[in-house]
Design a protein around this ligand. Structure first.
Ligand code: ATP
Length: 138
């Protein structure tokens, strides 16, 4: 089994898609093993997106991610990292995400694209330690 860090970003909460998105996770066969609604502060958001610190969209991204409550979750299951990214769809909800995915069905914007899912085992462990320190391993 594998675990991944999922965020339902503030647009997903504001648009009342928390239940829809969590239902899609469960319908895929993945398990939710930690779940919390909170508003991210700039410190956590900045560390979460540290790999994008030099990108032009980084300040706007931090502003968006800290703009209101989000839902953070640890999702577990066989190949959970790839499985969640499959049901999320590609980063650009129109050019990349296909119908049937969270972004393909429900989003239009390249930044306000509803969800985040870790992209590797290393990212997942780093992000779980950031959002759920009590669940950090090693
Ligand atoms: P996430 O990390 O949220 O799952 P991702 O792995 O699909 O998304 P990344 O390339 O890591 O995509 O970008 C992280 C997030 O930054 C995107 O989900 C999106 O919210 C935002 N983002 C990415 N590219 C742009 C851009 N060109 N303009 C504005 N925001 C962007």
């Amino acid at each position: 089994t594998e675990r991944t860090l999922v965020l339902i970003k503030p647009d997903g909460v504001a648009r009342r898609f928390v239940g829809d998105i969590l239902a899609r996770v469960e319908r895929k066969g993945l398990s939710i093993s930690a779940l919390e609604m909170r508003t991210a502060d700039v410190d956590v958001a900045g560390k979460h997106y540290a790999e994008h610190a030099e990108r032009s969209f980084y300040p706007g991204l931090l502003n968006f991610i800290t703009s209101g409550p989000l839902v953070a979750a640890v999702v577990e299951g066989p190949r959970a990292i790839a499985a969640f990214r499959q049901i999320a769809g590609g980063t650009d909800p129109v050019e990349k995400a296909v119908p049937g995915t969270i972004r393909g069905d429900l989003a239009l914007d390249g930044q306000q694209n509803l969800v985040h899912g870790s992209d590797s085992v290393e990212s997942a462990e780093r992000e779980i330690a950031l959002w759920f320190p009590h669940l950090a391993r090693g």
